[in-house]
Design a protein around this ligand. Structure first.
Ligand code: NDP
Length: 299
């Protein structure tokens, strides 16, 4: 058996198109959704992410506001900027690119963002709302995974789902979303006993571990859907000396022999994350203005 490949790049393009259509409709009423991104410091990877976010925000017709601050910016100054953005009616979504420099408390910064503008879904109020099954802003990566799973299965009700990884940004919100969609959810982690057997019971496996190709065919039930969130850089001597390549937490070639559907790395979950950030921003704008929310772009 060879699994269907879930094309995250194509899926993300569809999400962006739906966002752009909704943005166009909102703009007819004289409102333009706006996303503000705060970057503190010069981390090269963060600069690339912020550039991509800004570019894609403009491409769907929204306003993009980038605030780049030097690495030694005092915490109070970052908090004052967040406060200004909270009060700016042109800004519907705010995110602070992580990681921030050591002298800044990231939890303090995240919790300073107005919850209704917290398009990363990391504010403690949004965490609590999601955990209690209420309407919230949902973290982008798990939201992207959920969209792909709903597209594959229709209803997720009653399916056995195993989420491998219990981080606050992926594993826990993913589990909460699957539970909200009435899956029977198990969260596995580094202390889980016989993790292979646990995963093998699952109709859905979401891998968010950060261990290159840890999960192989022996962990997967025949026909299961496998969502690979992991992004790991490993040596690729076949490409030349010192060259690297990206792999997921799942051994794709092996797992694809058994699974019913599987996301590749790269080109699976990755492209969905920014697409869902744009979706969250348009959702936040609709909620702020009492407009109908876009269908299929929220949890
Ligand atoms: P964290 O390091 O915060 O969490 C990893 C989790 O995996 C922990 O809960 C840990 O368990 C668990 N774990 C570690 N080793 C094992 C093991 N041997 N067996 C079982 N569980 C294990 O990572 P993140 O959640 O932030 O990210 C996970 C992966 O997803 C990374 O590769 C990251 O790069 C990627 N990622 C991709 C995104 C995308 O856009 N595609 C976005 C965010 C992350 P314990 O708690 O017990 O230590």
């Amino acid at each position: 058996m060879s699994a269907d490949r879930i094309d995250g790049k194509a899926f993300a393009a569809t999400v962006r198109m739906k966002v752009a259509e909704h943005v166009a409709r909102i703009k007819e009423g004289g409102i333009t959704p706006g996303l503000a991104v705060v970057l503190v410091g010069e981390d090269p990877a963060s600069e690339v992410y912020v550039r991509n976010k800004g570019k894609q925000t403009l491409e769907v017709g929204m306003n993009s506001y980038e605030h780049k601050l030097p690495a030694d910016t005092p915490e109070a100054e970052v908090l004052a900027l967040i406060e200004r953005l909270n009060n700016d009616p042109m800004v519907h979504g705010i995110l602070c690119q992580l990681p921030v420099p050591d002298h800044i408390d990231d939890a303090k910064v995240i919790n300073a963002i107005a919850p209704e503008k917290d398009v990363d879904g990391f504010h403690i109020s949004n965490v609590g709302l999601l955990a209690t099954g209420q309407k919230s802003m949902v973290p982008c990566t798990p939201l992207g995974c959920l969209m792909m799973l709903r597209d594959r299965h229709g209803s997720l009700s009653g399916l056995n789902a195993v989420v491998v990884g219990r981080s606050n940004i992926v594993g826990k919100p993913m589990a909460a979303l699957l539970l909200k969609d009435s899956c029977t959810v198990t969260i596995a982690h580094s202390r889980t006993k016989d993790i292979e057997a646990v995963c093998k019971q699952a109709d859905i496996v979401v891998a968010a571990v950060g261990r290159a190709e840890m999960i192989n065919a022996d962990w997967i039930k025949a026909g299961a859907t496998v969502i690979d969130v992991g992004i790991n850089r490993i040596a690729a001597p076949e490409r030349g000396e010192g060259k690297m390549r990206l792999v997921g937490d799942v051994d794709y070639a092996s797992a694809a022999e058994v699974a019913g559907a599987i996301t590749p790395v790269p080109g699976g979950v990755g492209p969905m994350t920014i697409a869902c950030l744009l979706a969250n921003t348009v959702t936040a704008c609709c909620r702020a203005n009492g407009l109908p929310e876009p269908e299929g772009l929220t949890a």
